[in-house]
Design a protein around this ligand. Structure first.
Ligand code: 5GP
Length: 179
């Protein structure tokens, strides 16, 4: 079983659900001042479980779309990003909530925000399940953060290691011998 590959659990399923409830309430308040319906944009594939849990706790009228991106420059994420799967609909003049699994160096959300503003978005808020502030390379913060984590590679609740472990219902760290 995949849970046997974990060295430790950092954030439990219960903690994630409770935090999504709080984030949903907070978002609901702010969405009230944004252009309805706000479009929730999930970044594939890591954001899928978080998006699914988060939207259960939002009462406002929202829409949902997904996009997939990759960095141009190999292992360390720097510079531009490439769109692998674009949004299905135009975002001209729309207010968006960008839903991310984790903000690490910050490059992905910085470049994505730039790209989505270039495509005509009116206002963009970023919500991330996890944040690793110690790894930041560019000056950017999410507007809403689930949990801060230490500088450790984490898996579960959407986050993968070589495409595996996304289906764990919590966030954990793998045993060293598996990396
Ligand atoms: P950034 O552009 O902020 O450096 O990177 C964001 C992306 O890197 C995340 O969306 C995620 O795919 C990946 N990433 C960063 N840290 C981790 C981690 O600890 N675990 C996993 N599974 N992915 C990570």
């Amino acid at each position: 079983m995949i849970k046997d590959d974990l060295k430790k659990i950092l954030v439990s399923e219960k903690e994630i659900v409770e935090r999504c409830e709080q984030l949903g309430k907070q978002l609901d308040k702010d969405i009230a001042t944004m252009k309805s319906p706000v479009l929730f944009v999930g970044i594939l594939k890591g954001s899928v479980p978080f998006m699914a849990e988060l939207i259960k706790h939002i009462d406002s009228d929202i829409e949902m779309d997904f996009m997939a991106v990759s960095s141009y420059s190999g292992t360390e994420s720097v510079g531009d990003i490439k769109i692998i799967k674009d949004l299905d609909h135009s975002i001209k003049g729309r207010d968006l909530v960008l839903v991310e699994d984790i903000v690490d160096t910050g490059t992905t959300i910085k470049e994505l925000k730039k790209l989505l503003y270039n495509k005509g978005a009116h206002e963009i808020k970023v919500v991330t399940l996890l944040d690793k502030p110690s790894r930041r390379k560019v000056d950017i913060e999410a507007d809403y953060t689930g949990f801060e984590v230490e500088n450790e590679f984490v898996v579960g609740f959407g986050l993968d290691y070589n495409q595996r472990y996304r289906n764990l219902p919590y966030i954990g760290v793998l045993k060293e011998e598996l990396y």
